[in-house]
Write a protein that binds this ligand. Structure first.
Ligand code: HEM
Length: 120
């Protein structure tokens, strides 16, 4: 599935369920928990969701509110080592298992997460 077809395939609700399932695991995670803002997890959830929606063919809310994503720069304050990358992807795999998105959309998103995680 092409990147810009994913939003048509899973809609707002698909992104919402996936990202919610991811962030539900964050506070209890020994590596990622301490890195995320404890008082603004809902905000972090919204930023990732809006970013993904816009990146995959939906409304460009993220760019309207935050500007160019510049993911590398925005992650600079955090120590993103191999363990962090692996854990982030593991939590996202559990989120996929919970969200039960259609396979073609899931695979397109997975490929994207893997490439961003190694680029960060
Ligand atoms: C693999 C793909 C990843 C994507 C697509 C992604 C995407 C994003 C986005 C869009 C934001 C919000 C940036 C902003 O507007 O300020 C963000 C924030 C953040 N990311 Fe990532 N990220 C990824 C991987 C990681 C990894 C591997 C880690 C840590 C090991 C990480 C840790 C964080 C933290 C701590 C924040 C701050 C939370 C916030 O306040 O928004 N990210 N990420």
């Amino acid at each position: 599935m092409q990147d810009d077809e994913v939003y048509a395939g899973i809609g707002e609700d698909g992104f919402r369920r996936l990202v919610a399932a991811f962030y539900r695991q964050v506070p209890g995670d020994d590596i990622l928990g301490p890195m995320y803002p404890p008082d603004d997890l809902a905000g972090a959830e919204e930023r990732l969701r809006d970013f993904l929606v816009g990146r995959f063919g939906g409304p460009p809310r993220y760019i309207e509110q935050r500007g160019h994503p510049r993911l590398r720069m925005r992650h600079a304050p955090f120590r993103i080592d191999q363990a962090g990358r692996v854990r982030w992807l593991q939590l996202m795999e559990r989120a996929f298992a919970e969200a039960q998105l259609p396979q073609p959309a899931e695979q397109t998103l997975r490929t994207f997460f893997q490439s961003v995680a190694s680029f960060l």
